[in-house]
Design a protein around this ligand. Structure first.
Ligand code: NDP
Ligand code: GDR
Length: 327
């Protein structure tokens, strides 16, 4: 039985990846940082019905000694580094924390793998945010990076450390440059979930308006359930490498709203307002990935359309909000 260690196991991707790997027969270990809310920390894993099958291990990405202990104890075959301060907007408010967790945290995991489990295969959760102020209309593995936030700068450091550890120490270290991927388990602070939660509340008569920031920003949105399959495929290859993972379609926040509101028979224009509080000091205006390499080499493709993704998220939020109202 293969053993896997997942950092960020309590997040959106950690939950879907755990579900995938448990179904494949892996023994799944999840790194969990101590918090005062341990009773709800596995909410996303519970949603997918996998919480009880994961072995939680105590540690923090900023604490190398904890990672060394965990790697020594678990001796995993595969390590997925999904842990991060992942909310771009907060990275301007907490730039150093973001650098420590999202940037140096990855270096800590790489060091722990190198010292305690050098045969393990390593996955780094890189991001399309690294393309930032885009240098090409469609971004591929060859497109130059131009980070636009402390988050993106931290991810770029982690990305190059992954490449460097592969080239310096021969680690089987791969980096997935994933474009935005969403699901009913997306954190409520991200725009897609904020919209689908807002649509549910408005539909159920709990509120009238939804305030957003830049409606013209465009993203290449896929489903997290599809994207974790690409992560796993990368670690099954003989040679480690870097891959862009995307749908190849881009849509604006405004278009996302239109699809979400029309799903429940409402018009977005009647309910959306804008509020400067949600604007960013520097914006990533548009992202559009070129998934040719991941398709040709790994046989991966995005299986969920934007319309199906939005419908699933709205339906899940309608249920969630209705349940909360009833209780
Ligand atoms: P989430 O924000 O949902 O999850 C982040 C996870 O990191 C949580 O489990 C969180 O734990 C954990 N974490 C935060 N700080 C620490 C720390 N100091 N030590 C240990 N664990 C910590 O992110 P996603 O699941 O959406 O994304 C997974 C990864 O992929 C992230 O690295 C993200 O930056 C990256 N990414 C995401 C994309 C997306 O569209 N979703 C696209 C490209 C990259 P806790 O529950 O305690 O907060
Ligand atoms: P992003 O996701 O920054 O792309 O990072 P987010 O959903 O926060 O923003 C997407 C775009 O929507 C615009 N926007 C708003 N965003 C939020 N959060 N709230 C609003 O009210 C709002 N109104 C408009 C933003 O300005 C932005 O242009 C996500 C994270 O998962 C990262 O960790 C990951 O690396 C990238 O995706 C790929």
């Amino acid at each position: 039985m293969k053993r896997v260690l997942i950092t960020g196991v309590t997040g959106q991707d950690g939950a879907y990846l755990s579900q995938l790997l448990l179904a494949k027969g892996y023994e799944v270990y999840g790194l969990v940082r101590r918090s005062s809310a341990m009773d709800v920390m596995d909410e996303k894993l519970r949603w997918l019905g996998v919480a009880d099958h994961i072995r939680m291990v105590d540690g923090n990405l900023t604490d190398l000694s904890s990672l060394l202990r965990v790697l020594k104890d678990v001796k995993p075959d595969e390590v997925y580094n999904l842990g991060a301060q992942s909310f771009v907007k907060s990275s301007w408010n907490q730039p150093l924390l973001t650098g420590s967790v999202t940037g140096l945290g990855a270096a800590n995991v790489l060091e722990a793998v190198r010292l305690e489990a050098p045969g393990a295969r390593f996955y780094q959760a890189s991001s399309s945010e690294m393309f930032g102020l885009i240098q090409e209309p469609r971004q591929s593995e060859k497109t130059p990076f131009y980070p636009r936030s402390p988050y993106a700068a931290a991810k770029l450091y982690a990305h190059w450390m992954t490449v460097n550890y592969r080239e310096s120490f021969g680690l089987h270290a791969s980096s997935g440059i994933l474009f935005n991927h969403e699901s009913p388990l997306r954190g409520i602070e991200f725009v897609t979930r904020k919209i689908t939660d807002g649509v549910a509340r408005i539909k159920l008569g709990l509120q009238e308006k939804l305030a957003l920031g830049n409606l013209d920003a465009k993203r290449d949105w896929g489903h997290a359930r599809d994207y974790v399959k690409a992560m796993w495929l990368m670690l099954q290859q003989d040679k480690p490498d870097d891959y862009v993972v995307a749908t190849g379609r881009t849509a604006s926040v405004r278009e996302f709203c239109d699809i979400a509101f029309s799903h429940v028979g409402l018009r977005a224009d009647d309910h959306i307002t804008t509020d400067a509080r949600y604007l960013r000091p520097a914006e990533v205006e548009v992202l559009l990935g070129d998934p040719t390499k991941v398709r040709d080499r790994l046989g991966w493709r995005s299986e969920t359309s934007l319309e199906a993704l939005v419908a699933e998220m709205v339906e899940a939020d309608l249920k969630r909000v209705a349940r909360r109202v009833a209780s």
